[in-house]
Design a protein around this ligand. Structure first.
Ligand SMILES: C[S@@+](CC[C@H](N)C(=O)[O-])C[C@H]1O[C@@H](n2cnc3c(N)ncnc32)[C@H](O)[C@@H]1O
Length: 258
């Protein structure tokens, strides 16, 4: 953790996002993705933003660049991706040159909390990144400042249910250094930063279906047996926690006031 209590690049790159772990996640989520639903979910959510071609979008925690590539290729958007993990961006950069999308997609290594580009983006998109960030008030205040008036925010994130956490769920969250919120808490945090038309959708049922599909995929992956077993165990754990209502998955949208 750094002095503000936020996870550091070194911590991410040496644990959850070591290059080996990223490759394992990618084999489950699908090429270029490290988030539930992979390509299909990205296409659906990017479509929901209803942006004009040529709009400028920030992908916060862009990971391997999957969503940024879809935005550029299939929606004609101009995308900046920022990610704290050097390992992610080393892989994303290679993919970017391979896909020849450098005219419309740029990647930057850094902490989104430190971004300072006033009223620059037509939209901010983020997929399952904010779980890593402690200071959500600062996060939404920064994102609000980066958006042009009328600009759109859309993100998905791991959330928690309203009931008291089980010991097993607390241990999982602590082990991952996640900072999870309930849906109402998230709505409050986004609204307090000055964003308007804040809306949310509970995607947990969808999450469960995605996890089941991913779990069956894991058994057929060409990975060493211990890794395959570890992944399957991790996915079964997510399914249990989502099924019991502890772990939830939310979609949030908001607009910067004009
Ligand atoms: C679960 S991965 C999702 C990657 C990508 N959004 C996707 O859908 O494939 C979370 C990403 O958030 C990044 N991240 C975590 N904290 C961050 C921060 N403060 N600023 C920028 N990126 C961050 C991690 O390095 C990681 O690549």
């Amino acid at each position: 953790m750094n002095q503000s209590g936020e996870i550091t690049q070194e911590a991410l790159d040496s644990t959850q996002y070591s290059t080996a772990s990223i490759r394992q996640y990618e084999s489950v989520f699908g090429e270029d993705f490290v988030s539930p639903g992979g390509y299909e979910m990205a296409v659906e959510l990017i479509g929901k933003m209803k942006l004009e071609r040529g709009s400028r979008v920030l992908d916060v925690g862009c990971g391997l660049g999957g969503s940024a590539f879809v935005m550029a290729r299939e929606f004609g958007l101009i995308v900046d991706g920022i990610d704290l993990s050097k390992n992610m961006l080393a892989l994303a950069g290679k993919k970017l040159s391979g896909y020849q999308l450098a005219k419309c997609v740029k990647f930057e290594q850094g902490d989104c909390l430190e971004m300072d580009r006033s009223e620059y983006y037509d939209a901010i998109y983020s997929r399952d990144v904010f779980l890593h960030i402690t200071d959500k008030s600062r996060l939404f205040s920064v994102l609000n400042s980066l958006l042009k008036p009328g600009g759109k925010l859309l993100f998905t994130d791991y959330c928690c249910g309203e009931k008291r956490w089980t010991d097993e769920f607390s241990e999982y969250v602590k082990d991952r250094d996640y900072f999870l919120h309930t849906f109402p808490e998230y709505v409050k945090l986004i609204s307090r930063a000055g964003l308007t038309q804040v809306d949310h959708q509970d995607l947990t049922d969808r999450f469960i279906v995605i996890l089941q599909t991913e779990l069956s995929k894991i058994s057929g992956l060409d990975l060493a047996e211990p890794i395959r077993l570890k992944l399957a165990q991790s996915w079964r754990g997510k399914l249990d926690r989502a099924g019991s209502g502890d772990h939830r998955w939310g979609l949030f949208t908001a607009i910067k006031a004009s």
